[in-house]
Design a protein around this ligand. Structure first.
Ligand code: BGC
Length: 530
């Protein structure tokens, strides 16, 4: 094929792509986005004016580039370097979708509400707050802690036991880990089922990596328990409430360290539980061990929450002594919105809350975390189908798509990653999993739904992070340590978060970093300080 044919062919391909994009935009949005028109029109004009083949070729390349760029922007607004990553979604079309588009003004209002509730939580002065600002009795690590320490990490659907060597000088050595799936009867049964299961896993692990324990060789263990706990000291705390689908009876209101110790003793294990740690606190400590600029520990996974270090003299509600300048506070931000009407919730969020095992609780968590994002996307899709925007002529109600929790958050990620022309991954999933055949327009809209849900989650979490960093005056050179599948696995989540922080505080320099396994490692480091 000669140069001229190639140019002609690529010009034709570009034209086709251009038409497909226009079709989507006209169908989905009803109107042509002005910005899109601006980015296309110079290219179109160049092409119309010229008869010279060389210029046609250049025009084709430019059109191809603009189409690819516009498509990329359309589906990945958060990943476009300088541009609108900070700008909310460009989804237009239906007001159902637009509810998920949060303006800068809405986010700024959320910052002041969040900071106000943090202050009320710190002072417990009788004001209304959903931020519990729980005391951890942990300071920031020095990096000098040394030795081999054990931890167990309970917080989501999995449970981990680990052994970690601390080398001092901010260096972590070898680690051993084992993961166990928590059986349903332990999550939903009684306290004995859960704690006996945990003690059994610890026994297996310790026998393998330490050998039998005896009174002269007691093992120190840090217990990461990722639920809201009222701590009265480093190694004592009562469960306030369950979250993330746990409903185990007989634990709320009881000291979880005492429960664990009792079940370890029953197995004649000489293990002392020296620290009770929330996963956010563990993440902050583990990352802070190697990076002194770490200001926040955040979890964006099955559940969500954050911890930061506060001056002890500001923690007016503190009743037990603590002799370090700062104490790490477990904010329990997942409950934000439970007490005051501070979240811009949609009709879908209300349904999620009503259908959950803990209605009226963890409203912020229900807009952000991995346990809910797939379900939000599913319910939003159903609303669009009901109003006739999607699946026109198809009876969705007789498909598997109607089943609660049938659309996992991992599928939301999968949809976002489908960059094929025909969105064939989406087509396959919808057909194979739900028996639904889709038009290309349906699939483009399904991708928009995923983007809308995920972008809102990233912007909301970034706003809470910005609120905390602003409050402690650390908007420059701060590292935010984050663990969890939402942050790690959803395409574009990190970029959208960082851009949102810059949008809210121009000139700030905040980086977010993955802190995998921080929750368990942090508990081992804290155990080393005892
Ligand atoms: C819990 C927090 C935890 C977070 C992340 C929330 O549901 O209440 O304590 O830190 O999930 O695991």
């Amino acid at each position: 094929m000669n140069y001229r044919d190639r140019a002609k062919q690529s010009s034709l391909r570009a034209k086709e792509e251009h038409k497909a994009v226009l079709r989507d935009f006209i169908q989905i949005r009803g109107v042509f986005d002005l910005r899109m028109r601006q980015s296309f029109s110079p290219c179109i004009r160049i092409k119309q004016r010229t008869k010279n083949n060389a210029i046609i070729a250049i025009g084709a390349v430019v059109i191809g580039g603009a189409v690819t760029y516009s498509l990329w922007n359309h589906f990945h607004p958060e990943e476009t370097p300088s541009k609108k990553a900070a700008v909310p979604l460009k989804t237009g079309g239906t007001s159902t979708l637009r509810q998920f588009d949060l303006s800068k003004a809405q986010l700024q209002k959320m910052i002041s509400d969040f900071q106000y509730e943090m202050d009320v939580g710190l002072s417990r002065n009788g004001g209304k707050t959903s931020l519990k600002m729980l005391h951890s009795f942990v300071g920031k690590p020095t990096g000098n802690e040394k030795g081999a320490f054990y931890a167990l990490d309970l917080g989501g659907t999995n449970f981990r036991v680990l052994k970690l060597d601390l080398l001092g000088n901010g260096k972590l050595g070898a680690s051993e880990k084992q993961q166990f799936e928590i059986p349903q009867e332990a999550m939903r049964g009684g306290a004995h089922d859960l704690f006996d299961f945990i003690a059994g896993c610890v026994e297996r692990f310790v026998l393998q990596y330490n050998g039998p324990t005896d009174p002269s060789n007691t093992i120190k263990l840090g217990f990461t328990f990722s639920f809201p706990v009222n701590q009265t000291s480093l190694a004592a705390g009562t469960l306030i409430k369950w979250t993330k689908g746990f409903t185990t009876e007989g634990v709320v209101g009881r000291d979880v360290v005492a429960l664990l110790s009792e079940h370890l003793e029953r197995r004649r294990l000489h293990i002392e539980v020296v620290a009770l740690v929330n996963d956010t606190v563990g993440t902050l400590v583990a990352h802070g061990y190697t990076d002194v600029n770490t200001e926040l520990g955040v979890i964006l996974g099955t559940g969500t929450n954050a911890a930061y270090a506060e001056y002890t003299h500001n923690i007016k509600a503190l009743e037990s002594p603590f002799h370090r300048e700062k104490m790490i506070i477990n904010i329990e931000w997942g409950a934000f919105g439970d007490v005051n009407d501070v979240l811009p919730l949609t009709s879908v969020d209300k349904k999620i809350d009503q259908n959950s095992v803990n209605p009226h609780n963890q409203k912020f968590e229900k807009t952000i975390s991995g346990l809910y994002l797939g379900e939000i996307a599913r319910l939003l899709t159903l609303e669009l189908a009901e109003e006739g925007t999607l699946f026109v002529g198809t009876d969705v109600k007789t498909s598997n798509f109607i089943k609660k929790d049938s659309f996992p958050t991992a599928t939301v990620s999968q949809f976002l990653m489908d960059n094929s022309d025909q969105l064939s991954d989406i087509e396959r999933v919808m057909l194979n999993q739900y028996g639904l055949s889709t038009s290309r327009r349906d699939r483009a809209l399904l991708k928009e739904v995923s983007l809308a849900v995920v972008t809102r989650a990233a912007r909301l979490s970034a706003t809470a992070i910005a609120a905390i960093l602003h409050k402690i005056n650390r908007l420059s050179d701060a590292t935010v340590a984050i663990d969890g599948s939402v942050y790690e696995k959803i395409p574009g989540f990190k970029v959208t978060m960082e851009n949102t922080i810059r949008e809210l505080y121009p000139g700030s320099s905040v980086k977010t970093e993955l802190a995998r396994d921080g929750s368990g490692n942090g508990a081992a480091i804290i155990a080393a300080t005892v």
